[in-house]
Structure formats: C-alpha cells, structure tokens
Design a protein around this ligand. Structure first.
Ligand code: ADP
Ligand code: X2W
Length: 304
C-alpha cells in the first residue's frame, strides 16, 4: 500500500474513532435540552462564529434540543462609541439610560440576533430569533445595585437605569420551537411591568431559561479558558461553595460575577451541570458535549 493510501486509511479510522467516542454522549443527550450562551467576546471572530453555528446545527441533527441565548456587549459598546454615547459598567452590568436602551435593543434584537440566525440557517439549521418580548418570553423587573463596601447605607444605592433581572419566563414559544424542527435564538431583552424594555445580562437570561426548561446542561461560552485562579490557572471543577469563596476573595470579578451567579442559580434550580468554556476555541461546544476530555470549568451543585 502506498504511503498516501495508508495515511488516508489512518485518517478515516481516526474519523471513525471520533464518531464512536461521541456515540454514548449522543445517546445520553438525545432529546435533552442544552442551553448555550454565546458571549459577546467569543463572538467577534468570523471563523469562530461559523464553527459555533455548525456545532449548533449538528447538535440539533443528532437529536439534542439546543437553545441559544446570546450576548453582544462588545457590539453594543462599538455602536455606542460610533454614536458618541458614553457607557460604564457596575459589577459587570451596563448602566442603561433610555437612549442606551434604544441602542441595546437595536443591536441585540436586530444586528446580533439576526446574524446568528442567518449563520445557523446558512449551515443547514432552521433558527428563529426572539427577544424576550416575543411570545411574552421574558418579563423583567428593574434591579438596583448596592455598593458592596457600604451595604447598609441607602444613599449608596446605584441606579442602573433600564437594567433588569428576570421576573418570569413563559417558555411556551421556546418549547414549541425547540421540540419541532427549529432552533430558538434568544436576545436578552425583557418586558417590564411598565411596558418598557429592560436590558438583562445575557448570562442571567441563559441561566433562567435553562432552569425553567429543566435543561440538562447550561454551556456558557466566554473569552477565557474558564474560571481561572489568582495565578491564572484553569479551575476545572467547582462546587457552589467554591464559587462563593472565589467571589468573596475577589478571584472572580467583573463580568465573571453574573456568569457564576447565574450558574449557581441554575444548579440550585435543577440544571444538572453548568460549563464555562472557551469560546475562542474552534468547536468548543462539540468538544464539551461529545468528547471524553471536556473543556473549561465544570460547575456542579456538590463536589464530585
Ligand atoms: N476568575 C476569573 N476567571 C476568568 N475570568 C475572569 C475571572 N474574574 C474576572 N474575569 C473576567 O471575566 C471576563 C468574562 O466576562 P465577560 O467579559 O462579561 O464575558 P462574556 O462577554 O463572554 O459574557 C473575562 O474576560 C475576565 O476578564
Ligand atoms: C445589563 C447588561 O450589562 N447587559 C448586557 C447585555 C449583553 C450581554 O450580556 O452581552 P455579553 O454576554 O456579551 O457580555 C450589556 O448591555 O452589555
């Protein structure tokens, strides 16, 4: 046999090995709901966006029920900059006045949502984009943030404007789509009791949706290898108690705070596992779901 033929044969066998490695995972997760949050920072590279979209299409084709929730923080930031509107964050939350809210709704519900929908469709899926307003999916309530150092001082309450948390989810629309041929793609905007739109951190929305849909897994893609310790080393497995300790000692900060808070809420609400994984890695979602190695940080309600 020629060298090139031998090489081809080896590659074919390697492909077969990979497929067989995936088989027990495909069987285990068949018909299970997997909520995947696609983060703004993991969303800036064209090739990665395309590999993400293909992962989602493959998940659906092999019988899983993927639900995509997306962010778009960097994209909102770019648009605000173009429009000369200043922006700032408090503990990972964007302070959102009425003008900023209009931009958030246009960018998340328009540009970003439709881009992801188009990419999934381009790769053979049938995605349907929703904001929390569609089908009355997400009701929001305004949140206020206290300055951590002066928790008892009422004058230190910071008004974040139109920033919300999820007050309720009506999963009917997502359930209907997910259990048919469609892949729901959700932008994190909620409707307030006052009829206004509220800007909700996408991780919080993903966590609540996972909880309400009784998802098997919640996968949060981000722009780091996972949760890192103070030396920058990846923490591969964490329990609820570990997370509390890491927030208290400042190891987890900034945008990682809402991410881990939503993870703990989801775990307490019955989601089996939460994975914080590196969205900068090609096919990160498939690696997590269908290979023995797993990637990133696995969060479980109790230590293993
Ligand atoms: N312990 C930690 N491990 C990893 N990242 C952390 C940690 N603490 C804070 N961060 C910050 O959190 C960021 C991820 O949050 P964020 O930027 O909101 O992500 P995304 O846009 O993907 O939702 C990381 O890029 C990092 O700067
Ligand atoms: C309240 C709040 O901060 N909302 C976020 C919503 C988008 C988001 O969460 O995007 P990422 O997942 O890309 O960070 C924002 O305005 O940036």
């Amino acid at each position: 046999m020629k060298n090139s033929q031998m090489l081809q044969k080896k590659t074919a066998h390697q492909i077969a090995d990979v497929l067989i490695e995936a088989l027990p995972y495909i069987q285990r997760f068949k018909d299970k709901t997997i909520v995947v949050k696609f983060g703004g920072n993991a969303m800036v590279d064209e090739a990665l966006k395309s590999s993400f979209a293909r992962d989602i299409v493959l998940m659906k084709l092999v019988g899983l029920n993927p639900i995509v929730v997306h962010g778009g923080g960097p994209q909102i930031g770019q648009m605000l900059e173009k429009l000369n509107i200043k922006t700032r964050f408090v503990d990972g939350m964007r302070v959102t006045d009425s003008e900023t809210m209009d931009v958030v709704e246009m960018v998340l519900g328009g540009l970003v949502n439709k881009e992801i929908v188009s990419l999934i469709n381009k790769h053979g899926g049938k995605a349907i984009g929703l904001t929390g307003k569609d089908g009355d999916l997400i009701r929001a309530r305004k949140i206020t943030q206290k300055k951590p150092s002066t928790e008892t001082d009422a004058s230190e309450i910071i008004d974040l404007g139109y920033v919300g948390e999820v007050s309720s989810i009506d999963p009917a629309a997502v359930d209907m789509l997910g259990h048919s041929n469609f892949i729901p793609v959700i932008a994190p905007i909620g409707a307030g009791e006052d009829g206004r739109s509220y800007n909700i951190n996408a991780d919080l929305v993903a966590g609540k949706i996972a909880e309400v849909l009784k998802a098997e897994k919640l996968i949060l893609l981000t722009n780091t290898a996972g949760i890192l310790d103070k030396q920058g080393e990846l923490l591969t497995g964490l329990s609820l108690k570990d997370i509390d300790d890491l927030i208290a000692d400042g190891t987890i900060s900034g945008g990682m705070i809402p991410k881990t808070r939503c993870a703990t809420d989801a775990l307490k609400g019955g989601v089996h596992s939460v994975h914080i994984i590196d969205g900068r890695v090609d096919h990160a979602v498939l690696l997590e779901l269908f290979t023995d190695q797993g990637v990133g940080t696995l969060l479980l309600s109790r230590p293993r």
